[in-house]
Write a protein that binds this ligand. Structure first.
Ligand SMILES: C[S@@+](CC[C@H](N)C(=O)[O-])C[C@H]1O[C@@H](n2cnc3c(N)ncnc32)[C@H](O)[C@@H]1O
Length: 519
């Protein structure tokens, strides 16, 4: 463990709220500092293998559950637990109106009726041991459904990184956490959770400053760059609720879908139209320009949205080809399409995908300078949409990829990119003991050794961290009004940054916080 890796025990309490039910709040102000802060750790009350893994001991699935084999594995592991653990797990169940639960109930009840009919026909036939073992599903239908729902709505994957930090490691299935599962979801969370190497515990880390009394939130789905309606659909589908986090309920629009101001061809307006669309089934519309407030015409709206779906299709086609190639070499057959990818705005969620494809492609063909440029744009887009304070693994890995490319072009800049990656991973994942941070750190040391000839073997990891934690984050802040680089720090609204005072005034007026300066 690195020295400043602090654990903040007794920093949380549970609280009942009106809109989110039971939640976790911080009892103290928490300051993650440069190396992050562990708020608490928890071991899963129950961890369940993924069916099909070599460690799945649950045996053959009963015929009547053939549609849902994982449910059988879940039930089998549940049945192996002592009674008090089973009771605590079932206590996590929340009454919900869920069509999946109704479908399971109906299916199992029909199976019972059928079996009873068969039993009457051949009275006296003995069930074999396997049958009776499996039939406890049918004798406990309501508990079976409760367990399925608890897992669906509260189960969290248990997958620590691989030893070399280059990807996910052993998949331990998923776990049920009695305390951590009370944390609400946010698309702009203040905490991150990560699986410890034992595959059974989670570490919950503060990734932003947190005030005493503030609710602790994590990202349940890890798709912060997906458009609002996609994130909400995903949460509705997988977790059964309509997200009302700060980003999803932002009346200023979807921060991942930006289109240039309609007047841009005739004026110098640098503003953007954000999209308002809360669900896939709702009709998207462009909001007034963030700078000149002009409305987009129906014609312009239609053209922009058509262009957006066309680009989405092209990206999917390219990705399909890249995936088929395994190592990605097939991408070269799509040179023209990749080079011509042209997002509607540099801070649109599709821009991030375009830049990633371009960076991968240029990297493969050895055009490292172009690859680095595309990767810089990708980072700019991520920071532009999510804000600098939004730590996420995706951005950290992106910085690491930038470092990999820059090694061929500019070693000093590669060093800076690795530093940012290490710094972000340190706060998110806890530093040197974590394989991801270790991997980024050793890449940093490698690139440093080419510059200043340091003896890697004599440098303990903890000492290398000094200085890195303070590495400045040089990606530009986006103006909340137009997305351009910023110089003016908003004092009235924390986190809001502006490219000029005019945009600051505009934004504060829009949200009712503008006060005319005294003469
Ligand atoms: C895993 S549980 C969290 C604990 C839960 N609040 C409780 O009382 O047990 C997820 C539930 O919390 C609520 N919730 C969490 N995050 C939310 C969000 N961003 N928007 C709306 N509801 C949310 C929803 O009711 C959801 O079904």
């Amino acid at each position: 463990m690195i020295e400043s890796d602090r654990i903040c025990s007794a920093a949380v309490e549970m609280k009942q709220t009106e809109d989110h039910g039971m939640v976790l709040v911080s009892t103290k102000s928490l300051e993650p500092g440069p190396l992050g802060l562990i708020v608490f750790r928890e071991t899963a009350l129950l961890s369940i293998r993924t069916r099909g893994s070599s460690l799945d001991e649950s045996g053959p699935v009963p015929d009547y559950l053939a549609e849902g084999p994982q449910m059988w594995t879940d039930w089998w592991y549940f049945q192996q637990q002592p009674k008090d653990i089973r009771d605590r797990i079932l206590k996590m169940y929340q009454e919900t109106d869920c069509s999946q639960a109704d479908a399971i109930r109906q299916h199992l009840n029909e199976t019972v009726e059928k079996k009873q009919g068969q039993h009457r026909e051949c009275e006296g036939t003995k069930l074999d041991e396997d049958d009776s073992r499996r039939d406890d599903v049918l004798q406990n239908i309501e508990d079976f459904i409760k367990l399925a729902m608890v897992i669906r709505f509260n189960g969290v994957e248990l997958c620590p990184p691989s030893d070399d930090g280059l990807g996910p490691g052993t998949d331990y299935g998923f776990g049920l956490f009695e305390v951590a599962c009370k944390m609400s979801h946010s698309c702009r969370p203040n905490c991150a959770w990560m699986t410890e190497p034992d595959g059974a515990s989670k570490q919950i880390r503060a990734i932003t400053k947190i005030q005493a009394g503030e609710e602790l939130t994590v990202d349940y789905i890890g798709q912060p760059l997906s458009p609002t309606h996609e994130r909400r659909e995903e949460l509705l589908h997988s977790k059964g609720f309509l997200c009302n986090c700060v980003r999803c309920s932002n009346i200023l629009g979807d921060d991942t879908r930006r289109f240039p101001c309609m007047c841009q061809s005739t004026t110098t307006c640098q503003g953007v139209h954000l999209v308002h669309q809360q669900l896939a089934s709702s009709i998207p519309r462009l909001l007034p320009c963030s700078v000149c407030n002009n409305l987009a015409t129906d014609d312009y709206t239609e053209r922009m949205l058509e262009e957006e779906s066309r680009l989405q299709k092209v990206i999917e086609e390219i990705k399909l080809v890249a995936d088929e190639g395994g190592n990605g070499y097939q991408l070269q057959s799509m040179t023209k399409q990749i080079e011509e990818l042209n997002p509607p705005h540099s801070c649109h969620s599709l821009a991030e995908k375009c830049y990633q494809l371009q960076s991968d492609y240029y990297n493969q063909v050895g055009e490292y300078k172009l690859a680095a440029e595309a990767c810089y744009k990708q980072i700019g887009c991520r920071v532009g949409i999510l804000g600098e304070g939004h730590l996420c693994q995706g951005t950290a890995f992106c910085n690491e990829r930038l470092g990999d490319v820059l090694q061929y072009v500019n070693v000093e800049e590669a060093e800076e990119a690795y530093k940012r990656s290490v710094r972000e991973l340190l706060v998110m994942r806890g530093g040197a003991p974590d394989p991801y941070s270790k991997c980024a750190l050793s890449k940093l040391l490698n690139v440093q050794s080419t510059r200043i000839r340091i003896e890697l073997d004599h440098l303990p990891h903890d000492r290398c961290l000094k200085g890195i934690a303070d590495a400045p984050y040089s990606a530009p802040y986006p103006c909340v009004v137009c997305g351009n680089g910023c110089t003016v720090l908003g004092e009235k609204l924390e986190g809001a940054r502006y490219c000029c005072e005019e945009h600051q005034q505009m934004h504060l007026s829009m949200v009712g916080r503008w006060e005319t300066p005294q003469a």
